[in-house]
Write a protein of this length. Structure first.
Length: 123
């Protein structure tokens, strides 16, 4: 979900990265939401908008931090764990999404593998 509209080029870059398979051929299963009514939305506000029947394990925000950083560190919100958050470079979103959706790994494993700047860049 796009929440920052200050950099169209960065949003285009996020879309391109998410549409490109990893070196092993994996893609994140995501639906891109590009709607100005979500501009400035915080993770808590986004959680309040979630329909109770929504069953995906995470919500991803392309916020101001994501669109102003070269490696596009998206904010991943854990929907099954009370809204905990972790940043992930766009190129590694597939890893979190695939593994959480398939119940292969837990959110804590990704949160515990972030770099010193708090961003997950892969294992």
């Amino acid at each position: 979900m796009r929440t920052d509209f200050s950099a169209d080029g960065s949003w285009d870059a996020v879309r391109a990265v998410l549409d490109s398979p990893s070196k092993d051929g994996f893609l994140a299963n995501v639906a891109l939401v590009d709607d100005r009514r979500y501009e400035g939305l915080t993770p808590d506000q986004a959680l309040d908008l979630m329909h109770p029947a929504y069953r995906h394990p995470l919500l991803v925000l392309a916020d101001s931090t994501a669109v102003t950083s070269a490696d596009l560190p998206l904010l991943v919100v854990d929907l099954w764990g009370g809204g905990r958050c972790v940043r992930v470079v766009a190129a590694e979103l597939w890893s979190i999404e695939n593994n959480l959706s398939g119940a292969n790994m837990d959110f804590e494993e990704f949160a515990g593998a972030v770099d010193d700047d708090g961003v997950f860049r892969g294992f």
